[in-house]
Design a protein around this ligand. Structure first.
Ligand SMILES: CSC[C@H]1O[C@@H](n2cnc3c(O)ncnc32)[C@H](O)[C@@H]1O
Ligand SMILES: [Zn+2]
Length: 427
């Protein structure tokens, strides 16, 4: 079946905008053509709208939606230790399923079609991705510190097993990664033992790194090198790997990232909320580092909208560089689309023949988007998630005229409210 997305303007890979239709092969999940007067078996109305690539949330913990607003206004370490980890200790597989559904509903409604996720009870998340129709790179997050050796090994083995088992699930929409939580919460002996297993399994490694000064200092003191040098020493930073945050990074570390080809996921809202710091995004771009955008979890953001993240990235990038021309609108849009796809290794991020048919239609007919001098500027600075009219992933329509077709929205909200209330009672 061919679906013609007609009557709108299209954001092309070079970030120019053209009046055109997009022809989607819904069976193959690819874009067949971009051009004038295209006809398909079915039509999707994009008039008054902009057809753009689906957004890529390159780092999140999707089931943390259940903890949205549960603990705010604390720095990372206290937030995790005092509030988040005790609550996560009570999460059941069913809770993770419900939280993941809620997060995916929010992402579909705000224009995200692909995401990278680190959490636990991953089989539940795989099932939720399969049903929601999104694309994702999923992994089990490993923590080994303060654990008995056997439990720590079980955790690392689970991450490898999950990566092996689910790579290619959901008709190929799910891919996986080995996901040690961070350079300070996973011992170097575990990296040495399990990273080679990830290579053997053919999956990338995704890890939090250089997020806070408190996390960087002990590595420098104990090992006499910067965290990303330490990561490289222990087998990380292959071209397919990607690190979340990279806030406290030096020019030498940027050079290392650019040389190895490993990517960084910038999470500006989380970095501001936890007061982790300002990532040197413009400096990284100038050094040739691949950068994507992520929301991090909903408990440190507190939403999963990549449109908010683009605006935050552009604004914070200027502040960090003390330069209003830093991280311009084009850079923010690029990070949320092609950059995210490149960093995570997920298809998408571009609308062109042969590309994955992961795309969204943004309604431009609104007071806050008038006049339309520069639509790329609008995407970075003025569009909000609720301006998204249609969402397609892998050629399938997931949301049409703001009605999500793959989920029962009311039921998801009801289940999430109930699960969150029960969780708080248990904690
Ligand atoms: C072991 S699964 C993933 C783990 O990461 C925690 N987490 C959420 N946000 C952050 C962050 O900004 N830095 C580090 N860790 C974070 C999450 O709560 C899970 O426990
Ligand atoms: Zn994170």
């Amino acid at each position: 079946m061919e679906l013609a997305v007609t009557g709108g303007r299209v954001l092309l890979p070079d970030l120019t905008v053209e009046r055109a239709d997009v022809l989607v092969d819904a069976d193959e999940g690819v874009v067949r053509a971009v051009g004038q007067d295209l006809a398909g078996d079915e039509e999707l109305d994009a008039s008054g709208g902009l057809v753009m690539p689906g957004l890529v949330n390159a780092h999140t913990h999707v089931a943390m939606t259940l903890l949205r607003g549960y603990a705010d206004d604390k720095p990372l370490d206290a937030w995790l230790q005092e509030d988040i980890w005790p609550a996560e200790g009570e999460l059941t597989p069913e809770d993770v399923r419900v939280g993941a559904e809620l997060g995916m509903l929010e992402m579909i409604k705000s224009g995200t079609t692909a995401f990278a996720d680190m959490y636990f009870h991953v089989p539940e998340i795989v099932d939720a991705v399969a049903d929601a129709g999104l694309r994702a790179r999923l992994g089990h997050g490993v923590v080994t510190i303060a654990k008995e050796a056997e439990t720590a090994h079980d955790d690392a083995e689970e991450s490898i097993a999950v990566a092996r088992e689910f790579d290619g699930a959901a008709d190929g929409r799910v891919s996986t990664a080995f996901m040690p939580h961070s350079l300070t919460t996973v011992g170097s002996d575990f990296l040495d033992e399990y990273v080679p297993q990830a290579r053997e399994a053919g999956v990338p490694v995704h890890i939090h790194a250089n997020e806070t000064a408190d996390e960087v200092d002990p590595i420098v003191e104990e090992h006499g090198m910067r965290p990303l040098e330490y990561a490289r020493e222990h087998g990380l930073l292959e071209p397919e790997d990607f690190v979340a945050h990279g806030v406290h990074t030096t020019p030498e570390e940027h050079e290392l990232l650019a040389e190895t080809g490993a990517g960084v996921v910038h999470c500006p809202a989380s970095n501001m909320k936890l007061a982790s710091g300002m990532a040197p995004v413009q400096v990284m771009h100038d050094a040739g580092v691949s950068v994507g955008l992520g929301t991090d979890g909903a408990a440190s953001n507190n939403d999963l909208s990549l449109f908010d993240e683009m605006r935050d990235a552009a604004m914070l990038g200027k502040l960090a560089a003390d330069d209003a021309s830093a991280v311009p609108a084009e850079a923010a849009v690029e990070m949320a689309t092609q950059g995210g796809a490149e960093v995570t290794g997920l298809p998408g991020g571009r609308i062109e023949p042969g590309a994955a048919a992961d795309l969204v239609v943004v309604d431009l007919d609104a007071p806050h988007l008038t006049p339309g001098h520069d639509l790329v500027s609008h995407l970075a600075y003025a569009v909000t998630g609720s301006d998204v009219r249609h969402t397609l992933c892998d050629g399938a329509v997931l949301m049409r005229d703001r009605e999500v077709l793959t989920m029962d929205e009311d039921a998801v909200l009801e289940r999430a409210e109930r699960a969150a209330a029960d969780l708080v009672q248990r904690v």
